[in-house]
Design a protein around this ligand. Structure first.
Ligand code: ADQ
Length: 485
């Protein structure tokens, strides 16, 4: 099953062109995801750009939740259809109860924590599970009449695992692929979810299941072999539950060109210059995340505190700017992590701050996307230290934003999908506070030559396996996946 498929780009890229033709020849692309982004808006980011581009090239349909709840007491199901060039955007309103069960409940209190190995944070509730099934069924019912016979359907992420099974139950025979943006945990963690077998069986209704890393593929394979006696059919195809599916790693990348263009904007240049001026005599470290417990931000702050304790030469110098975008507020675990971070940042600043220097600048807001490359460029070191992450695009964006002649250093958790590709980063175990502090010290002291060499290797990989490669590789594999017979 495994093998370093994405480490040998020539083959997938070669077949990608053929596959794209096949996909295009096979008809219209239909993308289904929980949320949509208007592909015409540049602020949407890499994934929206890539998906939007694929849709705009061949013409297509993007289907998902509208982001709105139905008026008080109204049921789910109001469908709105808009046209943006060759792309049709079809969005569905959900009732408050359905949204609470499907999204806040099952998706974000069961699937997100368990798939990130956090059984301690999972809340199993039968009502949430029923809501998840109900909304997926509704998505299928509303999508089906919009489909054409030769459509190719690409479903995204954990909110919609059973969508293909629901579509098949309604008679849908089109090719359907699924991409999971988050990790797939080892079998015994997955098995803690009461409906684990149903979830994995649902994935066999797809023709192709794409995962972020080889580790995820290995977990999936072991699960279906151990729990369902799956047969390995070769060429990444597995047979179980009387169906077959192709399962393969497609590590998602960034849109390097789009990101370079962002780096040239006035906002980005202004951010970089202002920070460089302010911190001319100091060394800047940056962290950029959604405020999520999977991102390891408290562990990162502890390691930074340890750096200041163990290597005093960094006092009055090393400064960490941590931007953490608010996310999923109201879910208990997210409120807890916010409090924890404020305490930690306050403690480090209290212990080490000076009249004219604070070691941690913690910003609990979204940073305008146009300012990101400037922040990355100003950072001598990036701290990307999730406890578990499907891929982590911040790591790739940081690499892409660097000046190749004087690049910064990426400190990267070994528990990210990105670590399988970005081997030349300084890899850390974020649970090991002392070890991480030591690695940050190494990053701050790294010679110019070593920085340049590591960056060159990283940049090559980021460029080669960009978001366009990802999209083409996935659609090619979907076009070529052998249908169940
Ligand atoms: P996320 O968990 O959201 O995505 P990540 O890949 O790190 O994680 O970031 C996605 C995007 O959000 C990046 O473009 C980044 O720049 C932006 N972003 C993050 N924090 C920000 C902030 N504070 N301010 C502004 N922008 C910010 C999920 C999975 C990941 C996987 C992606 C894509 O959890 O593992 O890499 O999907 O598949």
């Amino acid at each position: 099953m495994s093998g370093e498929r994405f480490a040998t780009p020539k083959a997938p890229l070669g077949t990608a062109a053929r596959g794209l033709k096949a996909a295009a020849g096979g008809g219209r692309l239909v993308v289904v995801s929980n949320r949509l982004a208007d592909p015409r808006k540049p602020a949407a980011g890499g994934l929206a750009v890539a998906v939007g581009e694929a849709l705009a090239t061949s013409g297509g349909l993007w289907f998902g939740w509208s982001g709105k709840t139905a008026d008080d007491g109204a049921p789910s199901g109001h469908l709105q259809v808009q046209h943006a060039g060759k792309v049709t955007l079809a969005t569905l309103d959900l009732s408050r109860d359905d949204l609470a069960a499907y999204y806040d409940g099952y998706s974000n209190r069961v699937l997100w924590p368990v798939f990130h190995y956090r059984l301690d944070l999972a809340q199993f509730d039968d009502g949430h599970f029923e809501g998840y099934q109900r909304v997926n069924r509704l998505f299928a019912q509303k999508l089906l009449p919009l489909l054409r016979a030769d459509d190719v359907i690409w479903v995204h992420d954990y909110h919609l695992i059973p969508l293909a099974a629901e579509l098949r139950a309604l008679g849908c025979e089109q090719r359907i692929g699924f991409f999971l943006h988050i990790p797939l945990p080892p079998p015994l963690i997955l098995a803690a979810i009461p409906a684990h077998e149903w979830l994995i069986r649902s994935l066999f209704a797809y023709d192709l299941v794409g995962l972020q890393s080889q580790a995820d593929v290995a977990h999936f394979t072991r699960y279906v072999q151990d729990e369902a006696g799956a047969e390995d059919l070769g060429r990444d195809h597995l047979r179980a539950f009387s169906r077959q599916v192709c399962v393969r790693a497609f590590p998602i990348g960034i849109d390097v060109e789009e990101f370079s263009a962002l780096a040239d904007t006035a906002e980005s240049i202004d951010t970089r210059d202002t920070l460089r001026e302010q911190y001319a005599k100091r060394q800047l470290l940056v962290g950029v995340d959604r405020l999520d417990y999977s991102k390891g931000i408290p562990q990162r702050l502890r390691a930074f505190g340890r750096l200041l304790a163990n290597y005093p030469e960094n006092r009055n110098s090393a400064t960490l700017i941590q931007v953490a975008t608010p996310t999923r507020e109201g879910v208990g675990a997210y409120d807890d992590i916010r409090t924890q971070l404020e305490l930690l940042a306050g403690r480090i600043n209290g212990d080490y701050g000076e009249l004219d220097w604070m070691p941690v600048r913690y910003i609990h807001r979204t940073l305008a996307r146009k300012r990101l490359p400037g922040l990355y460029r100003a950072g001598r070191v990036a701290l990307v230290t999730p406890l578990r992450d499907g891929m982590n695009l911040v790591a790739k964006e940081y690499v892409a934003a660097q000046d190749p002649a004087d690049p910064g250093v990426l400190v990267l958790s070994r528990f990210t999908g990105a670590a399988e590709q970005l081997r030349e980063a300084l890899l850390v175990n974020p649970y090991d506070t002392g070890g991480t502090a030591e690695m940050i010290q190494r990053a701050l002291r790294m010679s110019h030559q070593e920085r340049v060499e590591r960056h060159r290797a990283l940049m090559q990989r980021v460029r080669e396996f960009d978001v366009h490669w990802w999209r083409k590789a996935f659609l090619t594999a979907l076009a070529e996946a052998q249908r169940a017979g």
